[in-house]
Design a protein around this ligand. Structure first.
Ligand code: PMV
Length: 368
């Protein structure tokens, strides 16, 4: 598959009369997500080595406002300004400029507009919540809305979200899944007819409603920057001797996880989700160079959780991203018990006792 088959647009499709009067604002709020089956390893133009499935979160979101204005000269540089929490951010600006450059073939209006972007996260930096997922999906949704307004394309809802997911994916793979409510699936799998390598799809199949009530308590073990970037981590998979087995494991896990989602089998759900998290970390440990991304406190939390679950029978499970912080997933009906347990037993292992409450959410919202 070549990148050009999807969503490419020729400059000729631009309506210059409309473009010349462009002077407007668009704003989206988009959530982060937490993967149940993890994406780890990629190739080509940001294609995943295996399919992944995630819960869309709710409270952890990015709000992005884009002011766009026609400019006489079509040029690539100096047409983007970026404010992160109202402060100009040169570090993120460089990334965004590269991103705009790489998506120009999908949005031919980009060189003709100047953009002022205001972005804010609802959650603290490096808290173990993927800010790239919420920020890149929010920006992608803004750009698709600009396309809708200036080119009269993307009027069909499904196509709009497919393209938003496609564009978000180019910014950060996991961001492709953040444009949908509930559960999202990214990566082609034979068992899912509409699944795709280039964008995520909403996972609407019949599943037990208990999963839409799921809560995610994010236990912040260490709020420092990750010791290995996602980009470097994905690249390490290319030489990892376990990679082929891992990709097969993820495909199988997707099938068994979906069975558990359909039947409401919480035990199997938890087994698969925890195995996914530990597999991700095992891959990092067996990469060259090797990374140990868990901290002693991560293990303390996991051990305590497992012992408490065995004792109480409460279906609370952990998952991890590529870092030391623990996401504790559980059905809403157990909120009081789980929160008491966190306060009594787990918060002491968190940096400054910090943890964040989130839950499965309804997806992005357009604010302007
Ligand atoms: O989206 P990226 O390139 O930052 O990769 C994210 C990978 C994991 O968060 C570890 C797993 C996932 O599927 O979200």
């Amino acid at each position: 598959m070549t990148r050009h088959l999807y969503f490419s647009q020729a400059k000729e499709q631009l309506d210059f009369e409309k473009l010349k009067s462009a002077n407007d604002t668009v704003m989206w709020q988009s959530p982060s997500n937490i993967a149940l089956v993890k994406y780890w390893g990629k190739y080509g133009f940001q294609f995943p080595r295996n399919p992944s499935l995630s819960f869309t979160l709710s409270e952890s979101h990015t709000t992005t406002k884009v002011e766009y204005l026609f400019k006489e000269e079509a040029a690539h540089s100096e047409h983007v300004r970026l404010f992160f929490h109202n402060e100009e951010s040169p570090k993120f600006l460089k990334k965004i400029e590269q991103f705009f450059h790489s998506i120009e073939e999908f949005f031919p209006f980009i060189p003709y507009l100047s953009f002022t972007i205001f972005s804010e996260n609802s959650f603290p930096h490096s808290a173990g919540i993927a800010s790239s997922a919420s920020s890149m999906s929010a920006l992608a949704l803004c750009l698709c809305t600009i396309e809708r307004r200036l080119m009269n394309t993307l009027q069909d809802e499904e196509e709009f979200y497919h393209k938003a997911s496609f564009i978000a994916r180019i910014g950060s793979g996991s961001a492709s899944r953040s444009v949908y409510p509930g559960l999202a699936l990214w990566g082609a799998h034979d068992d899912f007819a509409d699944s795709s390598q280039v964008y995520a799809i909403p996972y609407y199949e019949q599943f037990d409603p208990v999963f839409l009530t799921f809560r995610d308590a994010v236990l912040i073990v260490d709020a420092k920057e990750k010791s290995v970037s996602s980009r470097a981590g994905h690249a390490l998979m290319e030489d990892n001797i376990f990679a082929p087995v891992r990709y097969q494991q993820a495909e199988n896990h997707l099938i068994t996880l979906v069975e558990a989602l359909k039947s409401g089998d919480l035990t199997n759900f938890g087994n698969i989700v925890e195995e996914e998290a530990l597999s991700l970390h095992a891959l990092m440990m067996t990469s060259k160079p090797s990374y140990l991304l868990m901290k002693p406190a991560t293990l303390e939390i996991i051990n305590k959780l497992r012992a408490w679950r065995n004792k109480t029978g409460i279906p609370a499970f952990f998952t991890l991203d590529a870092g030391p912080n623990v996401h504790l997933l559980y059905p809403q009906q157990y909120t009081n018990q789980v929160e008491d347990f966190i306060k009594m037993e787990l918060a002491q292992h968190c940096e400054n006792g910090r943890w964040i409450k989130d839950h499965v959410g309804k997806g992005p919202v357009q604010l302007k």
